[in-house]
Design a binder for this molecule. Structure first.
Ligand SMILES: [Zn+2]
Length: 231
């Protein structure tokens, strides 16, 4: 681990070796100053620093609307919301609004006031630019994956629901042999639904066999008599 490594390991990732001569700040490069600030300063710390002492339940009097005698601005670990005037956002938004600063200037102020020493005003190195680009690409891939997961979850739960209804209401003697075979696959659907709701590795297990999973759903849906598919 690099000596300068700190904060959220997701936010700071070394993309150049210590001895490669490209790292600044003792071996790490900053990928996103906004994200970095948010991992280093909580809204409560900022509020306190600028004179707003949070109550035990994390409320302060809102500086953004007048007459807030019962404090209605709630500070969370990663943001804040005022239940009185509806203002809210990140720690950067809080400081920006408090001092009437553009977001990047609020980042600069937090950097200075909390002595974070982030190298904000140096032009990004090539490694930083490439890392930022890679993160943007990863975000797109992640979004696509989440959409796939939602679609698949819908398909699986709908197929499972219909199969379950049919199984409940139709004696097995009425099912054709091929249909019985299909409907016996229902527990697998339940298993895949569990996996999709589980951690990333479980989700990936379903993703890898997604074609087969869709095929089985189609097969089950085909075997279910039409009257069960009417809502
Ligand atoms: Zn307010």
């Amino acid at each position: 681990m690099h000596p300068g490594w700190s904060g959220n390991p997701d936010a700071i990732r070394c993309v150049a070796p210590l001895d490669g001569g490209k790292c600044r700040e003792a071996g790490f490069v900053m990928l996103d100053p906004f994200r970095e600030i948010k991992t280093r300063v909580t809204p409560a710390e900022a509020a306190r620093h600028y004179g707003y002492e949070p109550s035990r339940s994390g409320f302060v009097s809102c500086p953004f609307h007048s007459g807030d005698r019962t404090p209605s601005l709630k500070l969370y670990s990663d943001g804040w919301t005022c239940f009185g005037c509806g203002a809210g956002g990140s720690v950067i938004d809080f400081v920006g609004k408090l001092f009437d600063l553009a977001p990047l200037d609020a980042v600069r102020k937090l950097n200075a006031d909390f002595s974070l020493g982030l190298p904000l005003d140096q032009p990004p190195t090539r490694a930083e630019r490439e890392a930022a680009q890679k993160r943007r690409e990863e975000a797109v891939v992640y979004g696509d994956f989440q959409r796939w997961r939602e679609d698949m979850t819908r398909l699986l739960s709908e197929t499972y629901r219909l199969g379950w209804l049919a199984l409940r209401d139709m004696p097995e003697s009425l099912w054709l042999p091929g249909e019985v075979e299909a409907i016996r696959l229902l527990p697998a659907l339940e298993h895949w639904l569990d996996s999709l709701g589980g951690d990333f590795e479980n989700q990936m297990q379903v993703f890898r066999k997604r074609k087969g999973v869709r095929k089985i759903c189609r097969r089950i849906l085909k075997s279910i008599p039409e009257r069960f598919k009417e809502v």
